[in-house]
Write a protein that binds this ligand. Structure first.
Ligand code: ADP
Ligand code: MG
Ligand code: MG
Length: 251
């Protein structure tokens, strides 16, 4: 039931030789929700990009094992086909491409099967109904005039349609309002099952009022310095990161 194992992962920025991740260990099983918290600059996004195979990040030590396969050297699209998903925002508005067309193209790329228009429309309508989304959303142009919440809807729909085994959500976008957070949380709660898992990066406790994680990890200075349950998030809510920073000041 293991989905992801990270062993002593060290990562540098490719042209900088600056070590950002300094030995990450993490195990994620099917059915689990893991949350990673930590102060700005700790390396949370670096971990997300490295898992996805972003060429800017160079693995200098350790291994990433996903679905029993070492994926260190796989390209991003190969990882995506295996069921890894990173929700990141498409910053550009794409005039002339609707949400539905975008998702159909993405599904075709992931499955290597041409998605026919009518059956795909049926699929997307079913998924949108499950997610309580308004039908007309699918025919809007991607990101054009989207609110923060509407961009999040697109990410949730992507997850629902592409059906990844492990979804990584990097929520550090500080622009999220409560409505957008609720969209993400409700989406995750509907999509989660015994066969998939989530790695949710956040420094907002708000999200954890709606999503009940199995594990919370604190990433500080390129290391996971603490792992526990929801009580860790409560502790940070109460004391901020100062206490943990002091505790691990030598690292
Ligand atoms: P977090 O997501 O926890 O805020 P990041 O992974 O974004 O942390 O950043 C960790 C550290 O790595 C920071 O010091 C940041 O400046 C540096 N870093 C991350 N990505 C790059 C990059 N592409 N080029 C140079 N430095 C980077
Ligand atoms: Mg940051
Ligand atoms: Mg970040």
């Amino acid at each position: 039931k293991n989905l992801l194992t990270i062993n002593d992962l060290k990562v540098e920025v490719a042209d900088d030789n600056k070590e950002i991740l300094k030995g990450i260990n993490l195990k994620v099983n099917k059915g689990e929700i893991h949350v990673i918290m930590g102060p700005n600059g700790g390396g949370k996004s670096t971990l997300a990009y490295t898992l996805m195979g972003h060429p800017k990040y160079k693995i200098t030590n350790g291994e990433i094992i996903f679905c029993d396969t070492k994926i260190n050297d796989l390209k991003t699209h190969q990882r995506a086909k295996m069921g890894l998903f990173l929700s990141f925002q498409y910053p550009e508005e794409i005039e002339g491409v609707t949400v539905e067309e975008f998702l159909r193209t993405a599904k075709t790329a992931i499955t290597d099967e041409q998605q026919k228009i009518i059956p795909f429309k049926r699929l997307i309508n079913k998924k949108m109904e499950e997610l309580s989304m308004n039908e007309e959303y699918a025919s809007r142009y991607l990101n054009v005039g989207f609110s923060g919440g509407e961009k999040k809807k697109n990410e949730i729909l992507q997850m629902s349609i592409l059906n990844p085994k492990l979804s990584i959500l990097d929520e550090t976008d500080s622009g999220l309002d409560v409505d957008a957070i609720k969209i993400v949380a409700e989406g995750v709660n509907k999509i989660r099952n015994d066969e998939n898992a989530f790695l949710i990066i956040t420094h907002y406790n708000k999200l954890l009022e709606y999503i009940k994680p199995d594990f919370v990890h604190i990433l500080l200075n390129g290391r996971i310095v603490k792992s526990g349950g929801i009580e860790l998030a409560d502790e940070i809510d109460e004391y901020g990161y100062e206490k943990i920073k002091n505790e691990f000041a030598g690292l």
